[in-house]
Design a protein around this ligand. Structure first.
Ligand code: SAM
Length: 242
């Protein structure tokens, strides 16, 4: 069974429309500050989950959002959350040929999805193909140092609780992590360079590297994050097709 179908209900509840505290204070502002103009744009939300970003983009005035995902259950939750006619949901695998013509989109956003793909090359080539000239790609992933940071910081007992295997920065092997509700989720560990080189080789130009940092607001609200601020949590890459 699709690993995201198993946790779809929990994930939908956790993210809801507003996101968790990390999204609200750390992550979403970093994405929003780098989205430029959304109004009137045609956007692909690649790996849309419960439609979290699709709804935000529709609210911000995007003309049409194509929201695709492999999890039928998360798509069900997405559909239940809105019937906005500007969002079109469908099942599609972003690791394969995408069901769109070339030069279809002004913007592609793929948020916290690429970590779960075993191979990035087809995705990068397909994103390039379906982007319009001058189109923007925003990719958000868990920072390549995040898991390593935890594996070094935690003692072996804790490590075995969260991760099934230990690993290093250069280990590209799949990594199974006990995630939401202690369900195992498999991610594919990659280096910083792997991500950048795959997309630039596909023809995209890197515009910006964004590493959101914990700010005073979140640290005041949740002092426990002081422990975590030394380990980068997310990496956002902004590319352009030109
Ligand atoms: C962490 S969730 C992120 C969801 C959404 N982008 C968000 O920001 O809330 C990861 C999503 O990636 C989807 N996904 C994983 N592999 C995929 C693939 N090959 N093609 C399309 N979606 C995929 C999962 O089904 C899940 O909805």
């Amino acid at each position: 069974m699709n690993q995201w179908n198993k946790i779809a209900h929990y994930y939908d509840q956790l993210m809801s429309d507003d996101g968790d505290i990390i999204r609200q204070y750390l992550y979403d502002p970093a994405i929003l500050n780098n989205l430029d103009h959304v109004k009137g744009k045609t956007i692909l939300d690649a790996g849309c989950g419960n439609g979290y970003w699709s709804r935000k983009l529709a609210f911000m005035g995007a003309k049409k959002i194509y929201a695709i995902d492999t999890s039928s259950k998360l798509l069900e939750h997405a559909r239940k959350r809105t019937n906005n006619v500007n969002i079109q949901y469908s099942t599609a695998d972003i690791a394969k040929h995408l069901p769109f013509d070339e030069s279809s989109f002004d913007i592609i956003i793929s948020n916290l999805v690429l970590d779960y793909l075993s191979d990035l090359e087809t995705t990068a080539l397909e994103f390039f193909r379906v982007l319009k000239p001058d189109g923007i790609l925003i990719v958000g992933i868990q920072h390549p140092l995040y898991h390593l940071g935890y594996s070094l910081k935690q003692n072996p007992k804790q490590l075995s609780k969260k991760y099934k295997e230990s690993f290093g920065y250069f280990d590209r092997a799949p990594l199974t992590k006990l995630s939401f509700e202690n369900m195992p989720l498999t991610i594919f560990n990659r280096t910083f360079g792997d991500y950048i080189n795959t997309f630039t080789l596909a023809g995209l130009n890197l515009l910006k590297v964004i590493e959101p940092e914990y700010n005073e607001v979140i640290l005041n609200l949740h002092p426990e994050y002081n422990q975590k601020r030394m380990i980068p949590r997310f990496l956002i890459l902004k590319f352009k097709k030109n």
